[in-house]
Each structure stands twice: as structure tokens, then as C-alpha cells.
Design a protein around this ligand. Structure first.
Ligand code: MD3
Ligand code: FE
Length: 232
């Protein structure tokens, strides 16, 4: 924790790029409540190592919760460890994600899944895009808890120069609009101890992975969103 986060009484509202809004400290008031809810998710769906698209184990440990539809889209038949149905998203987390989306200017945000990442000292996340969700017009809400990290926010090409952003306990970022497809990653975590999370950094990402009954319409929206990103 630094001087700034100790003194801040109001969450900030910083536009990192168009559509990417950083609200420092927004999750602080409910941090223990959120951490307890994450405990219930992890008890039902234990953390496991993420794998790269090529099947290699990654340092970051992950789990998920959300609707059965979201589970069916994400379930990997090749990974028997995650065969059990995801637990539902705890109400406190869903409510908070909705409020974050509204506050960032995305009142239509309707997440159906929450992905949990856990980092320990040395764990990093390479530059990537989040392109597996069906509806790319929906923003992603991300909540950081525990140890701080340096987050890399790049452009729409992997090689674009990235901004470095310090993400601390309680920080929330909403990624939408023209920033939805930016490349991003996390530098190796520095060792440390946090009073709530011990030696770990957790990141929650709330996503809309299915379109529900609007599946087809979402498909069209997605194409339009991609057009917008390439030419807008
Ligand atoms: C930036 N997680 O799980 S916040 C991920 O801190 C992931 O664990 C990071 O990237 C973490 O995929 C970063 C999430 C995030 C999600 C979507 C984005 C950042 C984004 C889309 C565009 C730009
Ligand atoms: Fe990502």
C-alpha cells in the first residue's frame, strides 16, 4: 500500500484510453466481503494451473464461476480437472460488477461469468487479447485484490508500445468500447505480503461469454464491433 491509497477517500475515475476506465480503490470498502465470496468459489471449483493455447502449464492459477451456459462454452474436454459444473456467481460479486460497469459508462453490461486469476511471486501473464467471449461490445470488469502488480496496456497490435500501470489492492478497471481488444499483460509479481490475501495477487474478470437467447444478434454485433475497432 502506498501513501496515495491510504489517503484516498473517494475512488478515482481515470480514462487510460478511450473506453478503458481505471477506478482506484473502488473495491476497498467491500474487500473482505469479496475475498470471502472468492473463498466459496475456490472451495467448489479449486484453483488449477491455466494452460497456454498450446497446452503448456502457466504460472497463474485460475478458476471460474458463472452460468451453466458460460461453463459449457469454456469447458475443455481435454482437461478433466475442470469437468465439474462451475458454481454460480456470488450475488455480491455480480452486483458489484454491474455497478462498476454503470459507473464506467456501460449501463448495458451483463456479465455471466467471473474468471479468477491468482498470482504469486514471479508469476506473469504474457501479452494477449481477450477474444473468446461472443459479444465483444460488452465490457470486461476487472478487480484487483492483494499484492500490487505492473499491468501492461498495449494497442491493437501485439508490438504496439504498452503503457505501464500500477494496479493495487481494491483497484477496478473497466475495459470496453475501442479498448476492448487491446493487448495486455502483467509483469512478474514481486514477492510480498498482503494482510488480506497473504503472498498472492488475485484478479477477478467479469465477462459476458454467452449471448443467451440473443446469441445470433450478438454475433452480428460482434462483427460490427470488430469493424469499429479496425476502422474507427
Ligand atoms: C485490457 N487478467 O485474465 S485484468 C485475463 O490482472 C487478464 O489478471 C489480467 O488479462 C490480470 O485475461 C488483467 C483484465 C483485462 C481484461 C480484458 C482487457 C484487461 C484488459 C481487454 C482490453 C485491455
Ligand atoms: Fe486478458
Amino acid at each position: 500500500m502506498n501513501l496515495f491509497s491510504q489517503l484516498a477517500v473517494e475512488p478515482t475515475h481515470e480514462e487510460l484510453w478511450a473506453g478503458a476506465v481505471l477506478m482506484r480503490g473502488l473495491a476497498l470498502a467491500q474487500d473482505a466481503e469479496f475475498f470471502a465470496a472468492m473463498g466459496t468459489i475456490m472451495a467448489e471449483a479449486p484453483l488449477h494451473h491455466a494452460t497456454t493455447p498450446g497446452g503448456l502449464p502457466m504460472g497463474v492459477m485460475v478458476t471460474d464461476c458463472g452460468t451453466p451456459e458460460a461453463f459449457r462454452r469454456r469447458w475443455d474436454p481435454g482437461n478433466p480437472e475442470v469437468r465439474r459444473l462451475w458454481p454460480p456467481m456470488p450475488r455480491v460479486l455480480m452486483d458489484f460488477a454491474l455497478r462498476c460497469a454503470v459507473r464506467a459508462g456501460f449501463p448495458q453490461g451483463r456479465p455471466d461469468a467471473c474468471h479468477v486469476n491468482r498470482y504469486q511471486a514471479g508469476t506473469k501473464l504474457g501479452m494477449h487479447q481477450d477474444r473468446h467471449e461472443i459479444d465483444l461490445t460488452q465490457p470486461i470488469v476487472s478487480v484487483s485484490l492483494g499484492l500490487e502488480c505492473i499491468f501492461l496496456l498495449g494497442g491493437l497490435e501485439r508490438t504496439d508500445k504498452a503503457k505501464r500501470i500500477l494496479l493495487e489492492h481494491g483497484d477496478v478497471v473497466v475495459w470496453g468500447g475501442p479498448s476492448r481488444m487491446r493487448f495486455h499483460g502483467v509483469l512478474p509479481l514481486k514477492p510480498g505480503h498482503h494482510p488480506l490475501t497473504g503472498p498472492y495477487r488475485y484478479n477477478l474478470t467479469f465477462r459476458t461469454t454467452c449471448g443467451g437467447a440473443n446469441h445470433l444478434r450478438w454475433g452480428q454485433l460482434r462483427l460490427r464491433a470488430l469493424d469499429h475497432l479496425q476502422w474507427g
